[in-house]
Design a protein around this ligand. Structure first.
Ligand SMILES: [Cu+2]
Length: 152
């Protein structure tokens, strides 16, 4: 994914220390960054060393289209934006190198559809944890998010 290396994967030890005193994470209020309003962000509970999924809704309040070209997280080796499709009863995930949101449109991620794939998690994701995620725009702007972990 473009720019996936922009947020270096720090040592796993440091990550564990940073999250040691995890308090319950309150629901994230909608916030607007670079004209994108972020809603309903959450990450799925995951075992250590597994692949995780996160879901966000982005509303483009800009007068122009916004193109998402990647994402990165300090909690995972790599991040890809995937789309789940179904063929002959089989679910298949494919990476989306970019996604364009027209002015006024929303990008809605949900289980079974578009999602953020967290590849090579550095630690387990438990309810109440949070995951940092930086969404990268074609303009070079970054949308930094803190995503709470919960059960689906
Ligand atoms: Cu996926």
């Amino acid at each position: 994914m473009l720019g996936a290396g922009a947020v270096a994967c720090g040592s796993g030890e440091q990550q564990a220390a940073d999250t040691a005193a995890a308090a319950p994470v309150p629901p994230v209020p909608a916030e607007t960054i670079h004209g994108l309003t972020v809603r309903d962000a959450w990450a799925r509970i995951a075992d250590s060393a597994a692949t995780g999924g996160a879901y966000i809704t982005l509303v483009n309040g800009n007068a122009t289209a916004v193109e998402i070209v990647g994402a990165a997280s300090a909690s995972a080796d790599a991040v890809e934006i995937h789309e789940t499709s179904h063929h002959d009863g089989m679910a298949k995930m494919s990476a989306r190198p970019s996604i364009t949101i027209a002015p006024g449109d929303s990008l809605v991620m949900a289980p079974g559809g578009l999602h953020v794939m967290l590849i090579g998690l550095h630690s387990a994701l438990r309810a109440g944890d949070s995951v940092p995620l930086v969404v990268q725009l074609a303009t070079g702007d970054l949308v930094p998010l803190t995503i709470p972990v919960r059960a689906p």
